[in-house]
Design a protein around this ligand. Structure first.
Ligand code: SF4
Length: 174
């Protein structure tokens, strides 16, 4: 599981599977998640769960590494599927965006005029991209966030070797 530019709400929805999560964990091992917080998966994985849009160069590297090392990638949530809330910044130029954040912001602490991001902060991309515009994605679970029921249905189908069939009752676009 990787979280790119999102809010971790989709990961919380994953936990909404409640007791079904216990059953699922009898069949799968979670190699990477917000709990383990390792930067790169140490071994090839069958399923990659991708939350968040792509907003900086580190997001791109993380997603590309995931693509190379996962058999199946699932785009989970509006941010991964089409950019979601982070993509609101696509309405303004990168220059305006950086100006608002680092120069003109009314919440900028005194004495920090013209302070630019530290070199360790990943360079942001000119726009926020959905995951499938960076690498091939195999499945999509829309919603902000998707229901735990929807996440469970897709994972349960995959783990049990069934064709993924997400019913419209849990296939939301809000
Ligand atoms: Fe958060 Fe919604 Fe984006 Fe999921 S889709 S990461 S819940 S903003």
């Amino acid at each position: 599981m990787i979280g790119l530019c999102g809010c971790w709400g989709c990961t919380l929805s994953f936990l909404d599977m409640d007791s079904r999560l216990v059953d699922l964990l009898g069949k799968v091992t979670i190699t990477r998640s917000s709990i383990t917080d390792i930067k790169r998966i140490p071994e090839r994985c069958t399923i990659g769960f991708v939350e968040g849009g792509i907003a900086n160069e580190e997001n791109i590297e993380t997603l590309e590494h995931f693509r190379e090392n996962c058999d199946i990638l699932i785009s989970v949530g509006a941010c991964a599927v089409w950019g979601g809330v982070p993509a609101m910044r696509n309405q303004v130029s990168l220059t305006e965006c950086l100006d608002e954040a680092y120069i003109s912001s009314t919440t900028r602490p005194p004495g920090t005029e013209n302070v630019i991001p530290h070199i360790d902060v990943p360079r942001i991309t000119t726009k926020v991209y959905p995951a499938h515009e960076v690498v091939k994605m195999d499945y999509f679970i829309p919603g902000c966030p998707p229901d735990g029921d929807a996440i469970f249905k897709v994972l349960d189908d995959l783990v049990n070797g069934r064709e993924v069939d997400l019913p419209t009752s849990v296939n939301r676009y809000d």
